[in-house]
Design a binder for this molecule. Sequence first.
Ligand SMILES: [Zn+2]
Ligand SMILES: [Zn+2]
Length: 365
Amino acid sequence: MAEEKKPSGEKKSGKKKVDTASFKCSNCGANMTFNPETQTLYCSHCGNTVDFEKKQAKELDIEQGFSKDRLWESSEATLFRCGNCGAEIVMSGEEIAKNCPFCGTAHVQKTQELPGLKPSAVLQFSFGEDKAVELASAWAKKRFFAPRKFKKNINTDNLRGVYMPSFTFDSKTYSTYEGRIGIEHTHTVGSGKDARTVTTVEWQHISGTYSLDFDDVLVSASKRLGQKTTSKISPFDTNASKVYDEKFISGFMTYRYDKDLTVCWGEAKGIMDKIIRRKILSKYSYDRLDYLNVSTTHSEVTYKYVMLPVYIGNFNYANKTYNFYVNGSNGKVYGKTPKSALKIAGVVLLGVAVAALLLWFFLKD
Ligand SMILES: [Zn+2]
Ligand SMILES: [Zn+2]
């Protein structure tokens, strides 16, 4: 079984991420993992590297996606669930998930459930864990209220590379709209003591059509790395994503989607609607908007089910777990850091002291 075999070249940090049984080194038989630095499979035991073909990912017809023609076979992948925080991790082939990337615990259990839709594209990691630690540390340094312990303790033990599920959508939209906008006019009425200004609104009916093509509107398919966090570490250059290949995933974890194609397409339409409304309104100058009704049809809709590269860090402070995220493609960092009570108290005391000093300065004469 895969669990028994560990390459002896494994890092000494004691972190057992994954056993990668899928790709054996032809030199020494150890497991090979994807190395973001060289963009090849890499054997950490003997240093062997093996390149592989990376094909440009294609857009897929959304109707075919709805018919669920691209599911994982039960033999291809296994679903693991963290007993501590509930995170769901998909491991391909015979890989075993051990530590949970979100809470850092080892309470990760294999389930009998099917992992669902199979990814069609992957935006691969472009740098390794060491650089992710560097980037996260530089980010943490700038967080003034973060405790020193947090800033000093970002390392490869509490950071893991995880592929996060997302959908991208292309659509050619055609909208018809009608609405009412108002332009304000202010006049002065009366004179002398009785002069006052009044505002009148000149209402105007608007209507028309609007066409807009969307390319790769990104919707997070995971509640854990939701839309907000995804946009904080965006952009992800999904147009550069490659056809999904398990070799990219080897050595990393994949998080299962909690929102399916139908739900995510609904969210994508919501995102597109907002943009269309904004674009239509930007054609007019107005002070007030009474209403705007927009009706949009979508055509030539395509999607990609893309795995996004994210390093997830976890840090425990005062019995709470804090996660921070590093975009594994462009290095952008975002997260919530614990706040040091001591530092906050220090700043409050300093503020009080400054206020007291100012008071004394102004009252002393
Ligand atoms: Zn080897
Ligand atoms: Zn967990």
